[in-house]
Ligand binder design. Structure first.
Ligand SMILES: Cc1ncc(COP(=O)(O)O)c(C=O)c1O
Length: 357
C-alpha cells in the first residue's frame, strides 16, 4: 500500500514553473552585469537588484529589505542578535521549526493561546505585561500549523500593545499571497511598518529549491540581521536570488500565484469534505495557505495514532511539536493538503478515521 504523506508542508510538484525558471536563470547568465553580480560575494543584505525591486514594490528604502537563504534563516539570525534571555511571544500552536531554533538560542519563549481569529487577546496582554517581550513572532495569515487568520481588530490591538509596551513584531507571512476565498486583511506590516518586520518567502510561491526569503522592515533591526548573516554565511545564494529577480521583473509572479490558488483551493475543499464524510468535524477551515488542523476526538491522542499510522501507510506529524509545552498538543493533528491528489486526500482521511475508530 502506498504511504500517504501528511507530514511536511511542501508545494505540489506540478506547481513548479519549470520552464519560466529555466528561462530566468538563463537570462541572468546571459546578462553581462547581472551574471557577474550573481557570481560574486555580496553583503549579508542579499542581491542588490532584488532588494531594490522589492523596496520599490513595498514603498521602503533598500536598507529596509534583506534577502535570505529561505525565510527560516531569519529566525536563526534573530536568535543570534537577541540579548541572552530575551523574551519572545509566540502563538500556541506555532511553526515548530521556530520553536526549535529559538530554544537552541536560549530565548525565553512565551506561548499565548491561539483562537480561530488570532491570539487570545487577554492572554496576550497579560503576557506582554508580565514578561516584557523584546518581540512577538506572529503568523497572521493562514497560520502554520492551525490555518487561523488574525482578525483586523486583533491586529490593531496587538499593534497598539507593541506601541505602548515597546516591543517589535516579526510577522511571518509566507502564505499571505495564497488566499483562496474572502477578502484580504491588511498585514501587520502594512498597519504599522515602524513596529513590524515582515518575513516572506519565494519557497512556497516559486519553489523551495530557489531558497529565497525576504525580510522587510526597520533599518536598525535589519542592519543587525545583515551583520549576523554576514558573520554566519558571508552572503546568500545569489544565483537563486538573481533568478527570482528576473522572475519578478518579467511579471511572472502574479500569474504563478493565481495558478497556485487554482491548484490548491480545490484540495483544501476536498480535504474539509473528506474529513466531514469520515466523521471528523472539529477543525477550522482556513481561507488559504497550506494547512488545516484537526482536534482529535476526546479519548484519542496523537501518541496513539502515531503508533498505528505506519501500519496504515499514513505518514503523520506529531502535533506536540507545534507547542512550546508539548502536552498541549496531545490531540492536535496538522494536515497539509497542497501536495496531495484528490484520491490521496480521500484515501488519507479514510485511513485517518480508521486509526481513530
Ligand atoms: C510559517 C513558516 N515560516 C517559515 C517557513 C520557512 O520557509 P523557508 O525557509 O523555506 O522560506 C515555513 C515553511 O514551512 C513556514 O511554514
Amino acid at each position: 500500500m502506498q504511504t500517504i504523506q501528511l507530514t511536511r508542508g511542501v508545494p505540489a510538484d506540478e506547481s513548479y514553473p519549470l520552464e519560466l525558471v529555466r528561462e530566468c536563470a538563463a537570462a541572468v547568465m546571459q546578462d553581462p552585469k547581472l551574471s557577474l553580480e550573481a557570481m560574486r560575494y555580496g553583503t549579508g543584505y542579499g542581491f542588490n537588484p532584488l532588494r531594490e525591486l522589492l523596496a520599490a514594490q513595498n514603498g521602503v528604502t533598500a536598507d529596509q529589505v534583506l534577502i535570505g537563504n529561505g525565510s527560516l534563516s531569519f529566525v536563526d539570525l534573530l536568535g543570534l542578535i537577541l540579548t541572552p534571555g530575551a523574551t519572545v511571544l509566540v502563538e500556541s500552536p506555532t511553526y515548530d521549526r521556530t520553536i526549535t531554533l529559538l530554544k537552541r538560542h536560549g530565548v525565553n519563549i512565551v506561548a499565548v493561546p491561539l483562537e480561530p481569529d488570532g491570539v487570545h487577546l487577554e492572554a496576550f496582554t497579560k503576557a506582554v505585561q508580565t514578561y516584557k517581550p523584546t518581540l512577538a513572532y506572529l503568523i497572521a495569515d493562514f497560520q502554520n500549523p492551525s490555518g487561523a487568520t488574525m482578525s483586523l481588530e486583533k491586529r490593531q490591538a496587538v499593534l497598539a500593545l507593541a506601541e505602548t509596551h515597546n516591543f517589535m513584531i516579526l510577522e511571518d507571512a509566507p502564505y499571505r499571497p495564497l488566499r483562496f476565498r474572502g477578502t484580504s486583511i491588511p498585514s501587520l506590516f502594512e498597519l504599522n511598518p515602524a513596529k513590524v518586520m515582515q518575513m516572506s518567502s519565494y519557497t512556497k510561491q516559486i519553489s523551495p529549491g530557489v531558497r529565497v526569503g525576504t525580510l522587510v522592515g526597520d533599518k536598525t533591526w535589519l542592519a543587525k540581521f545583515a551583520k549576523a548573516a554576514n558573520d554566519t554565511y558571508i552572503s546568500g545564494a545569489f544565483l537563486g536570488q538573481a533568478t527570482v529577480f528576473e522572475f519578478l521583473k518579467r511579471g511572472h509572479l502574479e500569474p504563478q500565484l493565481a495558478r497556485l490558488r487554482a491548484l490548491y483551493a480545490p484540495r483544501l475543499e476536498r480535504m474539509a469534505a473528506a474529513l466531514r464524510t469520515n466523521g471528523l468535524t472539529d477543525f477550522l477551515e482556513p481561507d488559504g495557505g497550506f494547512f488545516l488542523s484537526v482536534n482529535l476526538p476526546s479519548g484519542s491522542s496523537i501518541a496513539d495514532i502515531l503508533g498505528k499510522a505506519a501500519n496504515a501507510s499514513l505518514a503523520l506529524t506529531d502535533g506536540r511539536g507545534f507547542f512550546v509545552n508539548p502536552a498541549d498538543g496531545n490531540q492536535f493533528l496538522r494536515l497539509p493538503f497542497c501536495a496531495l491528489s484528490f484520491e490521496e486526500i480521500d484515501e488519507g482521511m479514510k485511513r485517518l478515521a480508521g486509526l481513530l475508530a
